[in-house]
Ligand binder design. Structure first.
Ligand code: NAD
Ligand code: MLT
Length: 312
């Protein structure tokens, strides 16, 4: 049998090689489609491969007469309307493991840059300012890192932060005493984390329950001078509340990789010198992109050839 695969976001060459090696797979790489152009193409497609940019909406899914599987080269499936896919009997697979390490490393890079104001100091130096007083940082050693969401990435961050001799306090509704003891970390309620942490890093999916988890009320409970890292999903932080918390002096700094609206050309938070950001680069390493592309392409082929998928 022959199957048409549409790849609508950039995908690493190693994943494409996996498709090339399978008989009967015809793929098209079309990464700059407008939503209208994608809508026109989708009716002939058996499998759709995306990263986070393509919005797989109900409208798109309802127009996808032949679609059998959607593959997400990455973890978060919040760009896919899962209810609409389920209603149409379309399976959604992701690649949950391939970018864990890269996302954890990016989080540590953000944490260390935040504690020592490295982006701000570099920016100032680039603008001919030699200012050693303004950019005094704080040590990580003996500070408490609050981790909200202790899944794959959260746990890797905990492991690495212990190497910086930080104390860890985690919250995750599925965190067991055994897992916390195994990692050698403290755990408590989300309020415990908010109250005790010097730095807070987020590692949950974006769900109804986690939308605006860090809101005005949450910022009020935090220690004065707390610093925030978000390499998970925009929308877990209420950006307007974070802005106010920084302007009021409650929050001393924030390092953000993800935003409520992506991509953006203008975000008010970036007007604040306490904030620095990267454009959703957590998984942007050669290794992670190879891993997720290969994993998701293998799963799509397993499914199309009658096998059992590994990451539904
Ligand atoms: P995971 O599923 O392994 O872990 C998520 C954890 O969040 C789980 O342990 C879950 O129990 C927990 N959780 C769910 N609801 C919660 C709540 N209300 N409060 C606290 N914890 C809650 O996922 P992961 O692979 O560790 O990924 C975590 C996040 O990072 C996802 O949002 C993913 O999309 C994002 N991510 C971002 C990048 C990037 O490029 N910035 C890269 C990879 C992953
Ligand atoms: C993910 O959820 O896997 C990340 O946000 C990375 C990506 O979308 O590429």
């Amino acid at each position: 049998m022959a199957f048409n695969v549409l790849i609508s976001d950039p995908l690493s060459e190693e994943g494409i090689q996996v498709l090339n090696q399978q008989d009967g797979i015809h793929y098209e790489l079309a990464t700059d489609l407008t939503p209208e152009a994608l809508l026109k193409k989708i009716s002939k497609v058996d499998a759709l491969l995306v990263r986070s940019q393509t919005q797989v909406t109900r409208k798109l899914i309802e127009a996808a007469e032949n679609l059998k599987i959607i593959g997400r080269a990455g973890v978060g499936v919040d760009n896919i309307d899962l209810n609409a896919a389920t209603e149409r009997g379309i399976i959604v697979v992701n690649a949950p493991n391939g970018n864990t390490n890269s996302a954890a490393e990016h989080t540590m890079a953000m944490l260390m840059a935040l504690s020592r104001k490295i982006p701000q100091a570099y920016y100032s130096l680039k603008h001919q300012q030699w200012d050693r007083k303004k950019y005094v940082g704080v040590e990580l050693k003996n500070k408490t890192l609050g981790i909200i969401g202790l899944g794959r990435i959260g746990a890797e961050v905990a492991y690495r932060a212990k190497g910086q001799r930080m104390n860890i306090m985690a919250y995750d509704p599925f965190l067991t005493k055994e897992k916390a003891d195994h990692l050698g970390i403290g755990y408590g309620t989300v309020q415990d984390v908010l109250k005790e942490a010097d730095f807070i890093t987020l590692h949950t999916p974006l769900l109804k329950e986690t939308k605006h988890l860090l809101n005005e009320e949450a910022f009020e409970q935090m220690k004065p001078g707390v610093q925030i890292i978000n390499c998970a999903r925009g929308g877990i932080i209420d950006e307007a509340a974070l802005y106010e918390a920084i302007v009021s002096g409650k929050v001393a700094g924030a390092a953000l990789d993800v935003f409520e609206e992506e991509p953006f050309h203008d975000n008010k938070l970036l007007e604040l010198s306490e904030v620095f950001a990267t454009p959703h680069l957590g998984a942007s390493t050669v290794e992670a992109q190879e891993n997720v592309a290969v994993d998701v392409c293998q799963d799509v082929i397993r499914f199309l050839t009658g096998g059992i998928v590994q990451n539904p």
